[in-house]
Design a protein around this ligand. Structure first.
Ligand code: DGJ
Length: 749
């Protein structure tokens, strides 16, 4: 049983082989956090963990205690996990322990994404029930511990069982008081086309964190944080991470108090939130996942990857290999017609592409971004046979067909806006800010979601569509819903997010075989919430392979490779103007769901042959690339080299990629230690040496240093030798990739 309650100490112990999490019911009935980390014996109770005898409301003792779901206005002067306003205006409530339940498995969260179990032995759930009697407020804290990994899913439900209205002003999904402040925090920040930049800084006294008020989780910060000990590296040491499974406005923050306790909170951004709980009303806060590792940051990523890939992603595409696709966006932008698309598709099919995705510009009168969002019928000037006819022709070539949509949007110049101007978000009498010349539909209104479901269902049913790219290209301004009364406008953003989830779940249920890819100007809605509906996402509009090394690396801290859309685009790259070889671009895009973002009819013959070879190489190993165990590898910081690898769960096969960036003459040699291999085995190491190289050097300069039979121990503890001394290598130029293929060849003697 991974959850135990000890009646004497009143401690709950959630544990598995890798992790313990201990919660206490304090003397006054509030709930304390006692411990999380290395597993402690479940056969003993741990009374020594309790704080000094808990003396009611003495400020001093109370402040030094750690809480699970701290409330406002009762002597814990740190920021609370939730806040309410009662009918008399008071904000003070005292939710006290009432009861608890433990059961096998895990329940779904109504209307919200969540992790799940497939059989009851995969996890156990604890519900702690707290009651504030005077206000008739019930709070249920949910904790699910998974058997296989060091992670816990948490969520919170608020119920009003009285007659008076209770306004919820803040409702964190997770509040965690860590015992000391010796942590560095990794946040994942950026902007359009430079998402997932990793900032890594020591925690400092006071308040720090990230948030979104954009209406989506956003590209400026991801709703997830890593905490690592200062000495923790990718390979070794203690780290934990939190990730909110939510696609709207969030806050993820930490505060060090005068006792050196760190209070970490993650949940819906309280700045843009309030919720009215009427009599018998309830509110579910989104799920947050806490993961822990003693095996460095790679170990932590492994915990999240496994949970997200196998118990957050869902549907038939969860375990399927993802198709190699061609998306026409960078190849044509808005400038295409049927003939052009068919020529691109034909060439793509010849090279081994499996799916053709038609991006923006196929509907209404859309020739640029000024019109037609909302008019989801084909532009027959461009596509005389409509989507149905085009899909027919493309599928006849042996390709699957996919389509771009941006359902949450409306252009001012559109039939939809003419018919329903009131569906666009905005405050009556005030200017609506136009971003990318489009407005946002009020997804909190059920009639909007119904309309979109019917329109899109008809579109999808009438054509052979296997893939949908669901885009969202502007943030939300002037938040206001005509459908909400004045005292409920604080619900706007969360209702918007629930509307998006509702449309996603209706469409994915109606069309279970369609592969959905989420997108929001690249990675502005790349979060654990959306992953429950769309098992892959377009990570960034920056397709430059050198930039992608950083962006994909940043995303990899939480998100598994099979949810990362990674495309090879043309050079000069459209975002940076940089020139890189096709093989370099391919070697980066292999570590994700491979696709293309170019016009294949413009490829020279040698380039097309190179692409063909790359696709064939990827297809043979795509289960490994998409579902393998991923490890970020460390190259010395001054060596201008990036490296990462994937290996199979059983450690029999692996691929390590080494990317040499800006060439410098006569550099020091260095080693890159590998991961994900078995020390007791011998491996055969070879270099991928494609026949077609499209003009780029790919002459395996490190071959004689690294290839042949190597012990797992040597590869793990010594690593690959990267020799850049002037006489050791041929001159390769900038952006030189090497892919090492590693196959088990027997036991070490
Ligand atoms: C932004 C996306 O990230 C691009 O891939 C493309 O689909 C454009 N929108 C189309 O407008």
């Amino acid at each position: 049983m991974p959850i135990k309650f000890d009646e004497n100490t009143r401690q709950f112990h959630l544990y598995n082989n890798d992790f313990s999490y201990i919660i206490a019911v304090y003397d006054n009935g509030s709930i304390g956090q006692l411990y999380f980390g290395e597993p402690l014996s479940p056969d003993r109770d741990h009374p020594f963990l309790a704080p000094l005898p808990f003396a009611g409301f003495s400020n001093n003792i109370r402040s030094a205690a750690r809480f699970e779901y701290p409330c406002y206005g009762q002597g814990d002067f740190r920021l609370p996990a939730f806040k309410v306003k009662l009918a008399d205006g008071a904000g003070v409530v005292e939710p006290r322990f009432e009861d608890y339940r433990v059961y096998a498995g895990k329940k779904a969260l109504p209307g919200l994404p969540s992790t799940y179990t497939e059989s009851d032995d995969e996890a156990e759930t604890l519900e702690i029930i707290l009651i504030d009697k005077p206000s008739h407020l019930k709070i249920i804290l949910f904790y699910t511990i998974f058997a296989a990994d060091a992670c816990i899913a948490r969520s919170v439900r608020f119920e009003n069982f009285g007659k008076e209205k209770i306004i919820l002003e803040s409702a964190m999904s997770l509040s965690l008081d860590a015992p000391d402040s010796a942590w560095n925090t990794l946040a994942f920040t950026g902007s359009w086309a430079r998402e997932f930049a990793v900032s890594d800084a020591p925690l400092h006294v006071g308040f720090q964190g990230v948030h979104s008020s954009l209406g989506v989780s956003g590209s400026t910060a991801n709703p997830s944080l890593v905490f690592r000990r200062p000495e923790t590296t990718e390979r070794y040491g203690e780290a934990f991470g939190i990730s909110l499974l939510y696609s709207g406005n969030f806050i993820a923050c930490a505060e060090i108090d005068c006792w050196d306790i760190v209070r970490i909170r993650v949940g819906i951004n309280p700045e843009t939130f309030s919720w009215s709980l009427e009599n018998s009303g309830s509110f579910d806060a989104p799920e947050a996942v806490l993961g822990w590792s003693r095996n460095g940051l790679n170990g932590l990523s492994r915990v999240f990857h496994r949970l997200f890939r196998t118990r957050l992603e869902r549907g038939v595409w969860r375990d399927r290999e993802r198709p190699v696709l061609l998306n026409n966006w960078e190849g044509t932008y808005f400038n295409f017609n049927e003939e052009k698309l068919l020529a691109m598709a034909k060439k793509a099919a010849d090279m081994g592409v499996e799916l053709f995705a038609l991006d923006d510009g196929w509907f209404g009168k859309r020739d640029d971004d000024a019109t037609s969002l909302g008019d989801w019928f084909p532009n027959t000037d461009k596509l005389p046979n409509g989507i149905t006819g085009l899909a027919e022709k493309i599928t006849a070539m042996g390709l699957k067909f996919g389509l771009w949509i941006e359902p949450e949007m409306v252009s001012e110049k559109s039939r939809l806006f003419e018919a329903h101007p009131d569906w666009a978000v905005g405050v009556p009498g005030r200017t609506r800010t136009e971003i990318r010349r489009q407005f946002v539909l009020d997804m909190g209104r059920s009639e909007v979601v119904d309309y979109l479901f019917e329109t899109l269902s008809a579109l999808i049913s009438n054509a052979k569509i296997s893939y949908i790219k669901w885009d969202m290209n502007r943030f939300i301004t002037e938040p206001f819903s005509l459908a909400l009364p004045p005292d409920r406008q604080g619900e706007f953003f969360h209702r918007y997010c629930l509307g998006v989830y509702s449309l996603y779940s209706r469409l994915t249920e109606a069309f279970p075989d369609i592969l959905f890819e989420s997108c929001a100007s690249g990675g502005a809605r790349f979060d654990g919430g959306i992953l429950a509906f769309a098992p892959q996402g377009w990570l960034s509009d920056d397709t430059d392979a050198v930039q992608r090394l950083e962006i994909q690396r940043g995303a990899s801290y939480f998100y598994p490779l099979n949810c990362i859309g990674a495309h090879i685009s043309a050079v000069p790259n459209h975002q940076t103007g940089r020139l890189t070889s096709l093989l370099f671009r391919a070697a980066v895009a292999f570590f994700g769901d491979l696709g293309f973002e170019l016009d294949p009819t413009k490829l020279a013959e040698e380039e097309a042959e190179t692409v063909k070879e790359c696709i064939a190489f990827y297809k043979e190993r795509r289960r490994l690339f998409q579902q393998g165990v991923f490890n970020r590898l460390d190259a010395p910081p001054d060596c201008n080299t990036a490296a990462w690898m994937v290996s199979t769960e059983d450690k029999k096969s692996a691929i390590a990629a080494v990317y040499k960036l800006n060439a410098k003459p006569n550099q020091k040699p260095f080693r890159i230690k590998l991961a994900g291999l078995d020390r007791s085995k011998v491996y055969r190491v070879s270099l991928w040496e494609p026949t077609h190289r499209a003009g780029a050097p790919f002459d395996a300069t490190d071959k004689r240093l690294n290839c042949g039979l190597r012990g797992g121990d040597e590869l793990l503890s010594c690593g690959l030798l990267i020799d850049n001394t002037f006489f050791a290598v041929s001159i390769t130029g900038d952006f030189y990739p090497e892919l090492f293929l590693i196959e088990e060849a027997g036991e070490a003697c």
